[in-house]
Design a protein around this ligand. Structure first.
Ligand SMILES: *Cc1c(COP(=O)(O)O)cnc(C)c1O
Length: 239
């Protein structure tokens, strides 16, 4: 193995151990939790190594970086998740390679994604991004809709052509009532997920937890964790 592949294999093994231990501690089967590796800022060559090491889900947060990377890796058996704030003028590009858009947070974006999916003849999985630092009825500057806006947006996704409502995504907030309390934020996310599933039973995905708080997310009940730094290393530039 190349040095980089050995490094990634070691990091992946450590993350796998953490996920397994968190599942065991929560009394959950390991296969209930899917690892998504966040490859933002890292090159397509790393994505290729990760695929070789068995990774099947990758995530990106900027279309400018993700589009060429996804094109270079089109031969690999990967699902691509888009997790960044998404401007409507990038939707057509994102809809051409993303399998799941995890950052759906407004009706205008739902309409644009639906139009792009239909035009491209693709079905796009969608997660509603919940922001715990947003004012009631509003959105966060970092992306995401306030909890009280989830139901209406979920209905819009469910009704939109070309889109499939799959669940919820959240990032533990840095400010507001849940700052420094990722476990409490993820517990709240699971409550919102139960309400959502009462209306949309197939929307079972809960994407929560990153390098520093994946244990809290697994304990709360997350189905997907999004891990960047712990697999690839500290990013050269923060975006
Ligand atoms: C970058 C990013 C992650 C991964 O964060 P790490 O701390 O590097 O594990 C997860 N989710 C989103 C939305 C991100 O932007």
């Amino acid at each position: 193995m190349t040095d980089r592949k050995t490094e990634l294999a070691g990091n992946l093994a450590r993350v796998e151990d953490r996920i397994s231990a968190a599942c065991a501690a929560a009394g959950r089967p390991r296969q209930d939790v899917t690892l998504i590796v966040v490859t933002k800022t890292y090159p397509a060559s790393d994505v290729r190594l990760l695929a070789d090491l068995g990774v099947r889900h990758v995530a990106e947060n900027r279309d400018q970086d993700a589009a060429p990377k996804a094109a270079e890796c089109a031969d690999l058996p990967l699902s691509w998740h888009f997790v960044g704030q998404l401007q409507t003028n990038k939707v057509r590009s994102v809809a051409s390679y993303a399998d799941v858009v995890q950052s759906v947070d407004r009706k205008r974006l739902v309409d644009a994604l639906s139009a792009a999916a239909v035009r491209g003849g693709r079905e796009l999985g969608c997660l509603i991004q919940v922001a715990f630092d947003a004012e009631s009825g509003g959105r966060s500057g970092r992306g995401g809709v306030a909890p009280d806006g989830v139901a209406e947006l979920a209905d819009a996704v469910a009704e939109a052509q070309g889109l499939r409502l799959q669940g919820l995504m959240a990032v533990a907030p840095l400010v507001g009532p849940y700052a420094d309390r990722p476990g409490a934020a993820f517990d709240r996310l699971m409550e919102i997920s139960s309400s959502l599933r009462a209306v949309h039973p197939a929307a079972t995905m809960v994407s929560a937890g990153m390098s520093t708080d994946l244990e809290d997310a697994v304990a709360a009940g997350a189905t997907h964790v999004r891990v960047g730094t712990a697999v690839l290393g500290v990013r050269p530039r923060l975006r």
